[in-house]
Design a protein around this ligand. Structure first.
Ligand code: GLN
Length: 303
């Protein structure tokens, strides 16, 4: 297969879908991102990297950061996070408060906001700098020391992050935060505001296609932990649309409201796509379609 040609064909195939979604605007500084952008990158487990479209343009990774915070916590703490977070699909939007009250402060999974806030809290306890340790992992895996937090996006979300603040306070009221609410939220907003391009993102997530082996060749996660992170991505990584995403794409994936999605073909490659227009569940319209095209054309799926 000619991977480069395949990616260029996918860029053409998904172009007509532009205009069908909406750029996230509840974080005001994300609202100004040009909606027509689209990039795709494939990082092969054994080294080669391919890309097409706007694959070198940085974007806000938002909830994709939740994969890296979970991996960092599991690497240090093994399984203890699962006493504080479930790992079931939520069936509610990523920012819903409703379940958290009924479930007595234990979030349904680490990829909805409530669960991610608990994971960030744990990472803050373990490292003293949750967002900084995620940035360190991304820089190391992508081999790019310029990857950074977009301070404007972080400040914009902090100013308008009432729902996340409510969630963090509710978690604290149930005794499910170890650190002060303000410190946890600051780290959470910073990690969501990390900016990187498709190439950096595909390289950063590649350890999940390599049974946990990092870019430098050392084990970051065990094969077993890598399997588990992929499993949670498959069942919970695209929120309410995880069933639809599994049906269409057939891969573990994690989306963010910046329009990025990272998907893993275990043993083969990691894939990053970016298209800012979102569907009603907060997943990139063009990005999901491109991943559907990718697995359909290559036959590379976990099913
Ligand atoms: N920072 C965003 C929020 O908390 C992340 C949500 C997302 O990407 N789905 O609302």
């Amino acid at each position: 297969m000619d991977m480069q040609a395949t990616l260029e064909e996918i860029v053409k195939a998904v172009a007509p879908l532009k205009g069908q979604g909406t750029v996230a605007s509840y974080i005001p500084s994300l609202g100004g991102v040009p909606p027509e952008k689209f990039g795709i990158c494939v990082a092969m487990a054994d080294g080669p990297v391919y890309g097409a479209g706007d694959w070198h343009e940085p974007f806000s990774i938002q909830s994709i950061s939740k994969v890296f915070s979970l991996a960092l916590v599991m690497a240090r703490d093994y399984d203890s996070i699962w006493k504080r977070v479930f790992r079931e699909p939520s069936g509610t939007p990523f920012n819903s408060l409703v379940q958290l009250e009924a479930d007595k402060g234990i979030p349904r999974n680490p990829f909805i906001n409530a669960g991610a806030i608990v994971v960030t809290d744990r990472l803050l306890t373990l490292t003293g700098d949750a967002a900084g340790s995620i940035r360190g992992l991304l820089r190391q895996e992508a081999g790019n020391p310029t990857i950074d937090i977009d301070a404007t996006v972080a400040a914009s979300e902090a100013r308008h992050g009432h729902r996340n603040a409510a969630m963090a306070h509710l978690l604290a009221s149930f005794g499910n935060l170890e650190n002060p609410v303000d410190d946890v939220l600051a780290n959470y907003f910073d990690q969501c505001a990390l900016a990187m391009c498709c190439e950096d993102l595909a390289l950063s997530a590649r350890f999940l296609a390599r049974q946990g082996v990092s870019t430098g060749g050392s084990p970051f996660l065990s094969p077993n932990q890598s399997k588990r992170v992929n499993a949670v991505m498959l069942t919970c990584g695209t929120y309410d649309a995880a069933g639809e995403f599994a049906y269409r794409v057939g891969l573990p994936g994690k989306s963010g409201v910046g329009g990025g999605i990272v998907a893993i073909v275990p043993g083969r490659c990691s894939i990053a796509v970016w298209g800012p227009e979102l569907d009603a569940n907060g997943n990139s319209v063009v990005g999901t379609a491109a991943l559907d095209e990718f697995t359909t054309r290559t036959g590379w799926s976990v099913f």
